[in-house]
Design a protein around this ligand. Sequence first.
Ligand SMILES: Nc1ncnc2c1ncn2[C@@H]1O[C@H](COP(=O)(O)OP(=O)(O)OP(=O)(O)O)[C@@H](O)[C@H]1O
Ligand SMILES: [Mg+2]
Length: 267
Amino acid sequence: MKNSIISIVNAKGGVGKSTATCNLGIALSRQNKNVLVIDLDPQANTTSILIPPNINCPNTFYEYINKSAPIEKCIYPTFEKNLWCLPNVSEANNLEPDLIKKQNFEGIRKSRSFLKKTYNFILCDCPPNMGTWVMTALFGSDFVIIPNLANSTFSIDGLLKAIKLIEQIKQKENPSLKFLRLLINQVDKRKSISKFNIAQIFQYFPKNKVFETMIPTNAPFETAEAHRTTIFQEAPASNGCKAYRCLAKEIISILEDKKNRNDQTEE
Ligand SMILES: Nc1ncnc2c1ncn2[C@@H]1O[C@H](COP(=O)(O)OP(=O)(O)OP(=O)(O)O)[C@@H](O)[C@H]1O
Ligand SMILES: [Mg+2]
């Protein structure tokens, strides 16, 4: 299997990008994959979940972008054996105006060869917009996963914005960028809004652009967040946790199968 850089993107907030990044990171690492999570969101939610509070991080995404700290000096172990994290801090917000002025979105792309040599999966958690950090992630990525809420019609708007940006970047700056799949999150099959939105999604997307694994609405996701941890620690037997285990296996099988990789990952 070729090592892959995957961005988790949606212009809408609260659709489950960070939850997906953290839990998928753990699930993939438990499939014996070496995984790095890069937190490109200055809200730093993913950082606060993956990096134990007793670990001091002198170099973060801020130092990497602003002071050209070597990327390997900005990566820290997490509580999981094969899972690493490049943390973020709120100060990274201050770097945006200058990067926009210089149209410099090379932050991930410049380290692609190191990243792809060192990790099987590099997951980039993005902020809820289509700005500097999302551009930076997409310039350097192989694939994009878009989480989308089954229980909110508005998240389809954020999803369509993300698809448009992927298309633009694919045409100009990163021709090898591919939209991997949509991840339908917070599915509650008892609710008609879930059924309605899922039907809507399949009007826009063919089946091979949507993960077969859907993530159910599950209370332990919220309690895990309150405890600044993941559902793998909070409730390993829960349906939400099972779903992320399935999702990791689905992604590995999509990317491991060469024929599949070529056919199914093409736009
Ligand atoms: N399947 C789920 N069931 C129940 N709650 C969930 C589920 N997935 C995510 N959540 C909860 O939804 C909220 C938003 O999730 P998350 O922070 O991952 O979204 P986000 O897209 O990263 O948000 P932002 O755009 O602000 O970065 C969190 O409280 C999280 O615990
Ligand atoms: Mg987030």
